[in-house]
Design a protein around this ligand. Structure first.
Ligand SMILES: Cc1cc2nc3c(=O)[nH]c(=O)nc-3n(C[C@H](O)[C@H](O)[C@H](O)COP(=O)(O)OP(=O)(O)OC[C@H]3O[C@@H](n4cnc5c(N)ncnc54)[C@H](O)[C@@H]3O)c2cc1C
Ligand SMILES: *[C@@H]1O[C@H](CO)[C@@H](O)[C@H](O)[C@H]1NC(C)=O
Ligand SMILES: *[C@@H]1O[C@H](CO)[C@@H](O)[C@H](O)[C@H]1NC(C)=O
Ligand SMILES: *[C@@H]1O[C@H](CO)[C@@H](O)[C@H](O)[C@H]1NC(C)=O
Ligand SMILES: *[C@@H]1O[C@H](CO)[C@@H](O)[C@H](O)[C@H]1NC(C)=O
Length: 505
């Protein structure tokens, strides 16, 4: 039954590909006759790794449906620069965060980068950085160093709260309790570099416990993390090569449908049916939804019937943060010769972290420099025309280098993650009002048929590539178990979050 409908599906796939020049599966109005066992919605890290895990367990009757023309999702690159001086730059994920110490746990993204020979470079993020303000270079490294120490204290002080089963609070509360209350622009930008630059939101907007865990499980080997090291991808195939090459090893052409944006997901206890923007319908026994929590929070994809209250509360209680890299290219390098520099504005979070790519080992002679903004500031600039953002950025750069005649850039670009309907932000950030039961409900299966995975469903590694990877593995294993048992409840939920159980790892 399954195999004949599968064969028919494949035959029609070939026919329709021949007819339209792309893979468009047939229309299916019949709920009882499924095209597939599993539809994997979204071809980012979670989707691809879930597919690989299903394949490894002998379940090959799945199809990945992806809106864009390639796999990778938020591993997204593009070429940037003038016609004579072009480079592949990373708009999304750029780092392997946490590597490995000795025989300790190894970041699976590092393993993929090694396997597929993705070129990366070791970067010492917390090494000394030149410091600037609105008058030019000014040394506030002492403040910078105290912010490094305070961030460590913050993550350490969260530990006993977990053991003593105390409630979560915001990281701002945590900072204040350890005596760190940055009041001037130098303390603020130094704190920003430690905190917002990682979580893409402010300490006020972030859970103290969850952010401390995210730090520990990625960067602190003593606490179960990989290592404190970061590798910066500079591969001209794009960082995404690691997931695209991995997919090539197991994914057959008929298991991938690109350029199809899903607009409707209908589900019931007997199956699922998705409809794409061009009217194509595909049905299956199960669907695995890997869209970002930002997409789920909005109405880009309609669920039919609407998701249950417990699921909607979990989705709306997580935060989708935004991290924006603003790229500039100049005819020549007139700035610092380090990887990083900090700029302290009177407004916290205004064009604070600068990174030069025009250095040995990176892209020498590229003339490329970028500055990162996050959170509310990202949302603000996305609403502005490029020309205004460029003039603000140039104003800051000219104040950082008062003695240089700073030319206008020859190329300028920044991605709008927050307004992009396929992402609605960059990555999730766990707020203090997101309880442990919300977390379980975010991962939980709906009506035994509709499954969820992605970076946001990871308790230890939300926001990271390796979080998406591990969630892809875990959900696929749970689905395999369920299918082999002839059906199951799936990942459990609670109907009402009254307080949330104490955190357990
Ligand atoms: C700017 C930025 C910087 C980052 N930096 C790092 C970093 O340095 N290191 C790190 O570890 N992590 C980083 N991350 C986070 C990392 O990229 C993500 O955690 C990870 O890629 C998420 O994978 P995913 O599979 O969960 O989701 P996604 O990659 O979002 O995959 C979901 C897929 O669903 C598709 N989709 C969405 N809507 C639809 C629809 N309606 N129909 C069909 N398809 C749809 C999307 O196109 C996407 O391909 C960064 C992210 C961003 C944006
Ligand atoms: C997807 O769309 C892009 C842009 O329209 C096109 O270049 C590409 O060939 C398409 N890919 C597939 C597999 O249909
Ligand atoms: C983070 O790791 C440090 C160092 O091992 C530890 O002291 C602290 O309790 C951990 N924090 C949390 C929230 O687990
Ligand atoms: C770090 O905390 C100490 C108090 O422990 C405080 O005096 C100092 O100003 C803080 N540093 C920053 C950058 O806020
Ligand atoms: C800029 O030039 C002035 C005057 O020559 C000098 O005093 C100042 O130190 C210079 N500033 C920088 C950042 O080099």
């Amino acid at each position: 039954m399954v195999s004949t409908s599968l064969l028919r599906f494949l035959a029609l796939l070939v026919l329709s590909s021949l007819a339209s020049g792309r893979s468009t599966p047939r229309k299916s109005d019949d709920w009882t006759e499924k095209d597939q066992k599993i539809l994997i919605l979204g071809g980012g890290v979670a989707g691809v790794i879930a597919a690989r895990t299903l394949h490894d367990h002998g379940h090959d009757n799945f199809v990945i449906i992806e809106a864009r023309g390639e796999l990778g999702g938020r591993m997204m690159s593009r070429t940037f620069g003038t016609a004579e001086n072009k480079y592949t730059i990373e708009l999304g994920a750029n780092w392997v965060q946490g590597t490995q110490v000795g025989n300790g746990p190894k970041n699976p993204i590092l393993a993929l980068a090694e396997k597929h020979k993705v070129k990366t470079i070791f970067v010492r993020i917390m090494s000394t950085v030149p410091t600037y303000d609105h008058t030019g270079f000014i040394d506030y490294l002492d403040v910078f160093n105290s912010a490094v120490d305070n961030y460590t204290s913050l993550t350490v002080a969260a530990g006993p709260r977990v053991i003593k089963r105390q409630v979560d609070t915001t990281s701002r509360t945590g900072y204040s309790l350890i005596g760190s209350k940055p009041k001037n622009r130098y303390a603020q930008v130094s704190e920003y570099y430690q905190f917002d630059w990682e979580y893409a939101q402010t300490p006020e907007q972030t859970s103290w416990i969850a952010s401390s865990w995210a730090e520990n499980f990625t960067f602190v080997p003593d606490a179960g993390g990989f290592s404190e090291d970061n590798l910066f991808a500079i591969d001209q195939r794009g960082f995404k090569a690691l997931i695209q090459d991995e997919a090539k090893e197991f994914l057959k052409p008929d298991q991938l449908v690109l350029n199809q944006t899903i607009k409707d997901i209908a589900y019931s206890a007997s199956g699922v049916k998705v409809t794409t923007t061009d009217g194509t319908e595909m049905s299956a026994d199960y669907a695995l939804c890997t869209f970002s929590v930002g997409v789920l929070q909005n109405d880009d994809v309609v669920f039919n019937p609407p998701l249950p209250d417990w699921k909607q509360e979990a989705i709306q209680s997580m935060t989708m943060a935004t991290y924006t890299k603003i790229f500039l290219q100049f005819p020549r390098n007139f700035w610092f010769h380090t990887q990083f520099a900090l700029y302290a504005d009177s407004e916290r979070g205004r064009y604070p972290v600068w990174q030069g790519l025009d250095i040995e080992g990176f892209f020498p002679e590229s003339g490329i420099l970028f500055v990162t903004v996050t959170g509310d500031y990202s949302e603000r600039i996305e609403a502005l025309p490029d020309s205004q953002v460029q003039s603000e950025v140039m104003g800051v750069l000219r104040s950082m280098f008062p003695n240089v005649t700073v030319p206008d850039p020859e190329a300028f670009y920044f991605p709008r993650w927050f307004t992009n309907p396929l992402y609605r932000g960059s990555y999730s950030n766990w707020p203090a009002s997101f309880y442990s039961d919300h977390h379980e409900n975010l991962r939980a299966t709906v009506d035994q048929r509709l499954w969820f995975a992605g970076e946001a469903t990871s308790m230890k590694w939300f926001g990271f590539l390796h979080g998406a990877y591990y969630e892809g593995v875990d959900v696929a294993k749970a689905m395999v178990k369920c299918i082999q048992a002839g059906g199951c409840v799936g990942l459990a939920h609670v109907n009402e979050v009254t307080n949330g159980r104490p955190y357990k790892i």
